[in-house]
Design a protein around this ligand. Structure first.
Ligand code: CA
Length: 238
């Protein structure tokens, strides 16, 4: 029985693919490689990987198309690896269903931390919510009773603040784009009105963050969206 986690790397840059494979193998992951989108989809169908590492700039298909194809049939965790200047593509990739991204150049520690988050998605989406109560350091969210506590003190949120908090919490560790927030919280398909998000976010932060100008629970991914902290804080082995 092979029970090591199997990672499919879809990356056309041989140097980066070599580097990723070497690092992942050293951490005892099993690695499969594909140098273009079509080959990646084929490997996904035939090799049953557990996690996909996807470069967005591929010679044949758009990374986003690869995600859309795979999402038709599978919820496999997809971690996008992309260059910094491609913010718009990252957003499209997240909207298409990618779980998260790392930006090139990244440290091995950062990549491994993200891969471990992907492993937790493998186990099941429910890993963060025993009995619908979430604990993040001082913050406790009882979803069934709609009650939120910071330490012993109860926090009162408006319905929009609560929705905004929950869309981030259920995706904890993962960046949620402005467009996704607009859709989930306000019900709009477009993210034109990102000012509403900023206003709601700053009042939410004033309520849950000790120092709203240095937020601990919700970090800003500039130009992309927001990320709620991961449930388990992990050491990165850079
Ligand atoms: Ca590339």
């Amino acid at each position: 029985m092979e029970n090591r986690v199997k990672i499919l790397i879809i990356e056309d840059d041989k140097k980066i693919a070599d580097f990723l494979s070497m690092a992942l193998r050293a951490k005892d992951y099993q690695v499969i490689r594909a140098a273009c989108g079509k080959e990646g989809i084929l490997q996904f169908c035939t090799m049953a990987p557990d996690i996909i590492l996807l470069d967005l700039g591929l010679p044949d298909l758009d990374g986003e198309e690869v995600i859309r194809e795979i999402r038709k049939v599978s919820e496999i965790p997809i971690l996008v690896v992309s260059a910094r200047e491609m913010d718009e593509d990252k957003i499209k990739a997240l909207d298409a269903g990618a779980n998260d991204y790392v930006t090139k150049p990244f440290s091995m520690g950062e990549l491994m931390a993200r891969v471990r988050v992907m492993e937790r998605y493998m186990i099941g989406k429910d890993y963060t919510r025993p009995e619908n109560v979430y604990h993040f350091d001082e913050l406790t969210i009882d979803e069934d009773r709609r009650r939120i506590f910071l330490g012993q003190e109860e926090i009162h949120l408006t319905p929009l603040e609560y929705k905004l908090l929950m869309v981030l919490v259920v995706n904890c560790g993962k960046v949620v784009t402005h467009r996704q927030i607009m859709k989930e919280v306000w019900g709009y398909a477009e993210d034109k009105n990102s000012r509403s998000i900023r206003v709601c976010m700053s009042s939410l932060r004033r309520k849950i963050e000790k120092d709203p100008s240095h937020p601990h629970y919700i970090t800003t991914e500039i130009g992309i969206g927001y990320r709620f902290i991961e449930k388990e804080r992990e050491e990165t082995d850079a």
